[in-house]
Write a protein that binds this ligand. Structure first.
Ligand code: HEC
Length: 149
C-alpha cells in the first residue's frame, strides 16, 4: 500500500489552498517586490549609460587596428572626440564627407555613425560597422571617458 503524506502540498495549516507562486504574507510580498526592484536597477543603468570598461575591451579588439586615443593611424586619433566636430583631429586626412560635415560627436551621432557610417555620412571611408546597440553604447561610454582624460 502507498503511504500518503498527511500535509497536502499547496495548503497552509488551516488546510486552505495556497498556490505556491503567490506570496503568502506581507513580508513575502515585501521581499518579492524588493527583489523585483533590485533586478531592474543594473539593467536600467547599463541601458542608459553604457559600460566604459566593456567599451575599452571592445575598442581594443575592434577599433585599435585603425584607431588609438592619442595617435592618428588608418583612422583619426580619438582623444577628445566626444564633443568635437566631425573630422577635426589635427593632421588627419579625412574624406571630403567628414571634412565638410558640421555634425558634432555626441551619444546620438556616434551611435548612428557606428551603426552605419555610410548611411550617416555618405562618401566616408571607414569600412566598419557595429551592429549591436549595447556594444555601441559601451564603446561610446569609453570614448566619452577617454575624451575627458
Ligand atoms: C578598418 C579601419 C577602421 C576600423 C576598424 C574602425 N575605424 Fe573608425 N575610422 C576609420 C577611418 C579611415 C576614419 C575616417 C573616415 C573618413 O575620413 O571618412 C574613421 C573615423 C572614425 C570616427 C570619426 C572621428 C572624427 O574625428 O571625426 C569615429 C568616431 C570612429 N571612426 C570610431 C570608430 C570606432 C569606435 C571603431 C571600433 C568600433 C572604429 N572606428 C573602427 C577607420 C576605421
Amino acid at each position: 500500500m502507498v503511504k500518503r503524506s498527511v500535509v497536502q502540498p499547496n495548503t497552509d495549516w488551516t488546510g486552505k489552498y495556497r498556490p505556491t507562486s503567490e506570496p503568502t504574507t506581507i513580508m513575502d510580498k515585501a521581499i518579492a517586490s524588493a527583489i523585483f526592484i533590485a533586478s531592474l536597477l543594473p539593467a536600467a543603468h547599463a541601458g542608459a549609460a553604457g559600460d566604459a570598461q566593456r567599451g575599452q575591451v571592445l575598442y581594443q579588439s575592434r577599433c585599435a587596428a585603425c584607431h588609438s586615443i592619442d595617435y592618428n593611424g588608418v583612422g583619426p586619433a580619438h582623444k577628445g572626440v566626444f564633443g568635437r566636430k566631425v573630422g577635426s583631429a589635427p593632421n588627419f586626412a579625412y574624406s571630403p564627407a567628414l571634412q565638410q560635415s558640421s555634425v558634432v560627436w555626441n551619444e546620438k551621432t556616434l551611435d548612428r555613425w557606428l551603426a552605419n557610417p555610410e548611411k550617416f555620412l555618405p562618401g566616408q571611408k571607414m569600412g566598419f560597422t557595429v551592429a549591436n546597440a549595447k556594444e555601441r553604447a559601451d564603446l561610446i561610454a569609453y570614448l566619452k571617458q577617454a575624451a575627458s582624460q
